[in-house]
Design a protein around this ligand. Structure first.
Ligand code: ADP
Ligand code: ZN
Ligand code: ZN
Length: 804
């Protein structure tokens, strides 16, 4: 028998299965989906068995056997193996990348360098002897001194030592020692009688054991409750009153938290209607995709919960995706509150071991609901009844590096495999999804009201140009400053939101709000700090930063971007009594810090929560009555065709944080472009109107959803090489794709250099291009066989979440 194995080497031409002979001892044990150690070249690498077969084309003298079988039970299901093939084809990734993304990191390969003595007759230098400590092989750590390493290098050259790479099998399973007490009471009594009265402590333990015969108790608990020592217990064990055994346990990240049980709400009519349709399709085993469009606070989560409850009745499983789990502890807790220990939370803050434990619980079906971010879509459930993507419009559902999958696509693929519904939920659906719903590809469900009919907050738009004209140069408009002061007096809470996204900035006139745009495209020019120039990332237009506004000739024109820290200082200056909590990348580096900040705010330890996009989602505090948006414009002028959409989404999401409960909420949005439709429609909470307007623009400029987009990025340490190969790629595409496909660029990327590599990109825009997968595969082949050697790196992103 032979096994086809995908090895853990992400390189061309290795991206194909290799045949290995199955040794006799594994003959009927090995299954596809198992991990194995195999010899590859002169190394040992990790591999995945993807199928078994009785024949091979590999000639006998070249056949190699599998070294070691790592899993008796395969870690990958047949579904995952099929999904791998699909991912590989649709994201153009290496098969090994697709396989690895489905597993927790504890199961991915870890390699260690093993140093071994081959010439035992040689006399080793002192330092090397000290390293080996009498053994003939040791692990070589990277942090050994340079002197030692160079000595070792010399010895390797002289064939006295060899350095081997070995797959390190991390046993991440946590075990505890258990005391298994003898079942037979009479036997225990007999032992008791035989212990001399001198050993009083032992006698006490055995006496206790007679009352607990047959029980199995954690060792440390026994020691604690009997107030005795290990030595005493050991003596009792030796006399046969109990045995000590290891037992696998799970690390429980939620162990020290008490969670209340929540009761379900009686549904509103709208919720009931939505749930009925979902359950209908669930009962029919339909792989239907629902778009649940519900305004913020309309009770989407309650619909998810009750749909899951239905699937749980059939012992089926549910996957719930949230955009970024550490930002939505309140949301996550609602699932725990409703379903208790049936819920596993795949939190990015979990340790590798904790994640592995959660993964095993899922894989063994010991939990039925998984709540997690993007990668939780690969949860190894085998009987899925429902898949949910909350805030389906969020960019975090698209992975930025290989495999570049979108969780929504994977969700739909799995729903077809399991014949179950998918729910995409959002107050501001992506244009793509809403367009699909309008076409009937998705079923549209709408929640237009909040359950207790609370009004959406009043949104006022403040024109910052006017503020400047009236002599107010601070970052707070008079209106916002008044609103803040009022809340401070009343002891109510507020959220101040600084809209900052990406690293790029644009050039704007502070007098008239004009943003410098490309003369050829409908996109703002991006400011490049290094060269002091502005560039268009769509057509490559490149010019100097203007000294005065092209519209009104004012010289108050400059690039834009403010940090949260600066805002914090300003708050301290204007509102010295205000207690501020800042939430941004700097204050949330430590594990658990998001939750900590949110808890402090929830406990009323601060008046103002100041933050970036992080605070736009999921906050639900009764005492928030004011949301202030300091600058709505930042996302609006991103060099991305989704700029208006992202702005609308953000403003709607942050507005949804105010007045969710009994107190009425108010939102103040500061902007230099109050007339922009994204801001206007956000003011009126009007998604449908925004959708129509934005669709018209997309159509006019042929952007998605009217076309598809592919982003190709080329990087190299040398700027000329980067440009040269970017041109090669663009020209090659122009020659090989049909004339209806538009190839834009190459241009330098927004962030034109990262880690000393220059970055160029080009964009393919197309409507229908049946040859595209083949053409891209050919381009990849050219790249992998030729360009890669020259140090060029190329990435291809189909349907990128951003094109900056
Ligand atoms: P969304 O997910 O759409 O933003 P939520 O599910 O968070 O909305 O609901 C908002 C609030 O309304 C929550 O506090 C929730 O408990 C409450 N809620 C949801 N459905 C109902 C209902 N049918 N009756 C009363 N309250 C409800
Ligand atoms: Zn342009
Ligand atoms: Zn101007």
């Amino acid at each position: 028998m032979f096994a086809e194995v995908i090895v853990d080497v992400a390189a061309y031409p290795i991206d194909r299965p290799f045949d290995y002979a199955i040794p006799e001892k594994y003959q009927s044990i090995i299954e596809s989906g198992s991990r194995v150690k195999v010899p590859f070249g002169n190394r040992q690498v990790l591999g995945f068995v993807t199928s078994l077969k009785s024949d091979t084309d590999v000639p006998l003298e070249k056949q190699k056997p599998i070294g070691e079988l790592l899993d008796i039970e395969p870690v990958l299901t047949q579904e995952m193996l099929a999904m791998t093939k699909w991912l590989k084809r649709h994201t153009l990734c290496y098969e090994i990348d697709a396989l690895q993304v489905m597993l927790p990191s504890a199961l991915r390969a870890k390699y260690e360098k093993i140093l071994r003595i081959v010439d035992s007759s040689a006399v080793l230098p002192q330092s090397v002897q000290a390293l080996f400590q009498g053994k003939d092989s040791v692990e070589l750590k990277a942090d050994e001194s340079k002197e030692l390493l160079s000595t070792i290098k010399k010895l390797i050259k002289e064939h006295i030592l060899v350095l081997e790479t070995a797959v390190k099998q991390k046993t991440a399973v946590k075990k505890v020692r258990m005391v298994q007490i003898e079942k037979d009471v009479n036997r225990l009594k007999e032992i008791y009688e035989n212990v001399s009265n001198q050993a009083k402590k032992q006698k006490d333990v055995i006496k206790w054991m007679i009352e607990h015969s047959g029980e199995r108790i954690i060792l440390s608990d026994v020691l604690k409750s009997l107030n005795t020592t290990n030595a005493v217990l050991q003596g009792v064990v030796e006399k046969g009153a109990a045995t000590l055994e290891f037992e696998e346990v799970y690390r429980d990240p939620y162990a020290d938290r008490t969670i209340d049980v929540s009761k379900k709400h009686a549904l509103t009519n709208e919720q009931h209607l939505a749930l009925t349709e979902i359950i209908h399709s669930y009962d029919q085993h339909e792989a239907a995709t629902f778009l649940l469009h519900g305004i913020t606070g309309s009770g989407k989560t309650e619909v998810y919960l009750q749909a899951i409850e239905r699937s749980l009745k059939d012992q089926k499983e549910a996957i719930v995706l949230v955009p970024e789990i550490s930002l939505t502890p309140q949301m996550t807790n609602r699932f725990k509150e409703r379903f208790g220990s049936l819920v596993a939370v795949l939190h990015s803050g979990l340790s590798t071991g904790e994640k592995y434990d959660e993964w095993r619980k899922i894989s063994r079906g010991e939990v039925k609901v998984v709540v997690g971010a993007r990668s939780a879509i690969f949860a190894p459930f085998q009987n899925i009844g429902l898949i949910i993507l909350d805030e389906e419009h969020e960019g975090t559902y698209k992975q930025d590096d290989s495999p570049r999958y979108h969780a929504r696509d994977v969700a739909i693929w799995r729903s077809e495999y399991h014949q179950c519904p998918v729910i995409l939920g959002s107050a501001t659906p992506s244009l793509e999804s809403y367009a699909r719903a309008k076409k009937g590809n998705y079923a549209l469900l709408t929640l237009a009201k909040r359950p207790r009919e609370q009004a959406l907050p009043e949104v006022s738009i403040i024109d910052m140009r006017e503020q400047l004209k009236n002599g107010n140069r601070s970052m707070f408009s008079l209106e916002l400053a008044d609103a803040i002061r009022l809340r401070l007096e009343k002891g109510e809470q507020m959220v101040l939101f600084l809209n900052r996204r990406g690293h790029s900035s644009f050039v704007m006139c502070r007098d008239c709000g004009t943003v410098v745009e490309c003369p050829n495209c409908d996109i703002s020019m991006t400011y490049h700090r290094h060269q002091e120039r502005i560039k268009c990332h769509y057509c490559g237009e490149d010019s100097e930063v203007p000294n005065s506004c092209p519209q009104c000739s004012s010289d108050h024109i400059r690039f834009f971007g403010t940090g949260t820290q600066k805002v914090e200082e300003e708050i301290a200056r204007f509102f010295p009594t205000a207690r501020v909590l800042r939430m941004d990348v700097d204050t949330t580096r430590k594990k658990g810090s998001h939750e900590h900040i949110l808890k402090m705010f929830g406990d009323g330890k601060a008046d103002i929560l100041l933050g970036t996009q992080m605070i736009a989602k999921g906050l639900d505090f009764p005492n928030i009555t004011l949301v202030g948006v300091l600058s709505a414009d930042t996302t609006l002028h991103l060099a991305d065709f989704r700029a208006a959409e992202k702005t609308f989404q953000l403003l709607t999401q942050v507005s949804g944080r105010a007045g969710r409960h009994d107190k009425k909420g108010e939102v103040v949005v500061q902007t230099y472009t109050p007339e922009h439709y994204a801001i206007q429609f956000a003011q009126h909470h009007d998604f449908i109107a925004f959708y129509h307007q934005e669709m018209m623009n997309r159509k006019q400029f042929a952007y998605p959803p009217f076309t598809y987009v592919v982003l190709i990025q080329i990087t190299h340490e040398d700027v000329l090489m980067t440009a040269e190969y970017a041109h090669k790629a663009a020209n090659w595409l122009r020659e090989n794709l049909s004339p209806t496909a538009e190839i834009i660029g190459p241009t330098a990327s927004s962030i034109s250099r990262v880690q000393n590599r220059y970055r160029y990109q080009c964009l393919i825009k197309y409507k229908k291009e049946p040859m595209l997968p083949d053409v891209l595969q050919q381009l990849i082949r050219i790249y992998r066989t030729d360009w890669l050697k020259k140090g060029i790196l190329m990435s291809i992103d189909l349907n990128p979440s951003s094109i900056m």
